[in-house]
Ligand binder design. Structure first.
Ligand code: FE2
Length: 172
């Protein structure tokens, strides 16, 4: 074996654009497209949860104000990981609000005062919709052979299922 040839693989150009993780460009492109939509939805849901954290009214203010904070912090961390997963697959991540709003399947809402039940129901609906979308994405990526992205998104799916359950538990 040529020792020199194996060290740092000099037969491949030392470029950040070259990627050889066992996924062809088409599969990576499919994953990046799905991940970009998911990233956009995470941003919309982050903004909406924080909006409700601020504009909540009613007797459960303190409990829900604190709960929404833990939720939007978790979404911020999730979006960071999603964007970094896009970079692992060799693409640039969407980064502007304009891009996120164009890509998202969830819809943002304006900042107005909102009751606890209204806020909970709206977030529950979004987390449930996110879970449904992620389930489809996991199946598509499993089918395409991208086990890494499918596994990553399975964890995201579980987080949305958990969030939806917790939100439902606040409703009478
Ligand atoms: Fe706050």
């Amino acid at each position: 074996m040529n020792k020199k040839a194996t060290k740092n693989s000099p037969s491949r150009p030392a470029s950040p654009e070259t990627i050889d993780i066992g996924l062809d460009a088409k599969t990576r492109g499919q994953a990046v497209k799905l991940l970009s939509t998911i990233l956009a939805d995470q941003h919309v849901l982050y903004a909406k949860t924080r909006n409700f954290h601020w504009n909540l009214t009613g007797h459960r203010f303190h409990t829900l104000h604190a709960f929404f904070e833990t939720q939007y912090e978790a979404l911020a961390e999730a979006s960071d990981q999603t964007a970094e997963r896009i970079r692992m697959l060799g693409a640039a991540s969407p980064g502007s609000m304009k891009e996120f709003l164009a890509l998202a399947t969830l819809r943002e809402v304006s900042g107005v005062l909102i009751s606890g039940d209204q806020a909970i129901a709206a977030l529950r609906d979004d987390h449930e919709a996110a879970a449904r979308g992620l389930r489809k994405a996991v199946d598509a990526l499993d089918e395409a052979g991208d086990a890494g992205s499918a596994d990553f998104l399975t964890e995201r799916l579980q987080s949305h299922e958990q969030a939806a359950w917790m939100l439902r538990s606040f409703l009478d």
